[in-house]
Design a protein around this ligand. Structure first.
Ligand code: 4GX
Length: 248
């Protein structure tokens, strides 16, 4: 069993407790499939006030995370940048490359990750230049810190680790419908609020069910996320109603 080790560097270590003990992540940690250690960046501060931020050169609003505590913490937890480094160091940031399922699979394949959570207006650029291997964003919106993005990474990689979901190695991003949106799902009762479960799902015909699900997944993906199919979205065509192809 190859344990994935994840270190987290943050100003708010207390945010991670219940998250790491609950549900899929909690079971992965409990089973020893994922090991997580959360570190308080202030432990690397230099003064008795445990200062980790400073005003930005050139002026402007807010504060910037100062380089000394961050670089010392990163080097203590992962080693200096280069071939001898013990962990892949990721900074969660809106400036990062967008994280997707393939990116999660790549991270899940590492032995060790160090997730660096920024706050304020960000980190001194020399931290990135000297200590960060990769900057990742979880989406084009602005949060207050990298902790929630780090949790997204932890949860996303944990469920890809072999044994965590009862899945074999290479489940998840390699599965049949990977890269498509999931179609509609139903459970009991057969009629609710006047709406019936589609007959095919209650037919017991497994091949017909699989075919129906695959078709609904393709249709939904084509409508909502044509980019996932390598197709242009609406707005790339002249007519406001689209290409004129079948929309049923
Ligand atoms: N996907 N934020 C990080 C502070 C910050 C800014 C720059 C490092 C560099 C976010 C996101 C995100 C807000 C987390 C700003 N730290 N991170 N924080 N979206 O919005 O990852």
């Amino acid at each position: 069993m190859a344990t994935l080790r994840i270190d987290v560097l943050t100003l708010f270590p207390e945010l991670f407790g219940p998250f790491l003990r609950t549900s899929v992540v909690g079971r992965a940690v409990e089973a020893g499939l994922v090991e997580v250690a959360v570190h308080d960046l202030r432990d690397w501060a230099h003064d008795r006030h445990r200062t980790v931020d400073d005003t930005p050169y050139g002026g402007g609003p807010g504060m910037v995370m100062k380089p000394e505590p961050l670089v010392e913490a990163i080097e203590a937890l992962a080693g200096a940048r280069g071939p001898g480094r013990s962990a892949h160091v990721v900074l969660l940031s809106p400036q990062g490359a967008r994280l997707d399922q393939a990116g999660l699979a790549r991270l899940a394949g590492r032995k060790r990750l160090l997730l660096v959570c920024g706050r304020y207006e960000g980190v001194d650029q020399r931290v990135i230049d000297l200590g960060i291997d990769e900057e990742l964003s979880i989406g084009d919106y602005v949060l207050a810190g990298g902790e929630v993005p780090a949790m997204a990474v932890i949860e996303g990689v944990a469920r890809l680790e072999p044994g965590v979901l009862g899945n074999p190695a290479s489940a998840g991003s390699e599965s049949f419908q990977a890269g498509l949106l999931e179609g509609p799902q139903y459970t009991r009762p057969p009629v609710f609020g006047g709406l019936a479960v589609p007959d095919v799902l209650r037919s017991g015909d497994h091949a017909a069910v699989a075919e129906w699900r695959a078709r609904r997944a393709r249709e939904l993906t084509r409508r909502r996320r044509p980019d996932l199919l390598g197709e242009a979205g609406p707005g790339s065509e002249e007519s406001a109603s689209g290409s004129g192809e079948d929309e049923s």
